[in-house]
Design a protein around this ligand. Structure first.
Ligand code: NI
Length: 224
């Protein structure tokens, strides 16, 4: 399931992040690639250990923490510190699958990538191309501040940019619930409970039981 998380970053946050990114130092995007990915990738990134990347990454993590939709969809256990990339004209990232395990250089922080995320940072009217294309899904190009969440096991690519610049934050999430179909069912159940709550009120006995079912399934499936 590909899930759009709207407005992870609001206009004010985007302005300050884009201002910081405009003056940051960009390096060859292959700094974070595995061997197979490196063959397909042509873009620029903020150096992973640069102060700008750390500061902006923390801003993205804070914004994620304020998004109930993200929490419900990802059930995050660990999030790899968000990275930042930029595709200019002619730059692209061909078909690949993200590495299963991400280890932060110079640390013992490691994340099993259950989910991949791309947070779009600039207005889609500012560039042509640059769609995220995941096998079996429609191309994704979202308004600035919106994020797409998709299983990291998916073959995907970024279409070549043909005008302007595409700027995004990207990262990986280890979910408390490793199994994608289990996670999808929990998300479906959670959304349905939220919708029914707005109709029947949170105290309705059937909703109390359904909420219990949600938590009992999460208790069964969560690995911490
Ligand atoms: Ni990727």
């Amino acid at each position: 399931m590909m899930i759009v998380i709207p407005q992870v970053a609001d206009a004010e946050l985007l302005r300050s992040m884009n201002a910081a990114l405009a003056s940051a130092e960009w390096v060859d995007g292959n700094a974070t690639s595995g061997h197979q990915s490196a063959l397909a990738k042509k873009n620029r990134q903020l150096a992973e250990d640069s102060p700008e990347a750390r500061k902006l990454g923390n801003i993205v993590l804070d914004a994620l923490g304020r998004s109930p939709l993200f929490i419900a969809a990802a059930l995050p256990l660990k999030i790899y510190p968000p990275l930042f990339n930029r595709y200019g004209v002619g730059e692209t990232f061909g078909d690949h699958v993200d590495s299963a395990v991400r280890i932060r250089a110079g640390s013992d922080f490691r994340v099993r990538s259950d989910l991949s995320a791309t947070l779009f940072l600039n207005d889609p009217a500012e560039y042509d191309g640059g769609e995220l294309i995941a096998e079996g899904h429609a191309p994704v190009k979202l308004p600035a501040g919106d994020m797409i969440l998709y299983p990291a096991s998916t073959v995907h690519r970024v279409a070549a940019v043909t005008r302007g610049t595409r700027c995004a934050s990207f990262f990986w999430i280890q979910s408390m619930v490793r199994d994608q179909s289990a996670r999808d069912m929990l998300f479906d159940l959670d959304r349905s409970i939220q919708q029914l709550t707005s109709v029947a009120g949170a105290g309705a006995p059937a909703l109390v039981r359904l909420t219990g079912v949600y938590h009992n399934l999460l208790r069964r499936w969560a690995e911490l």
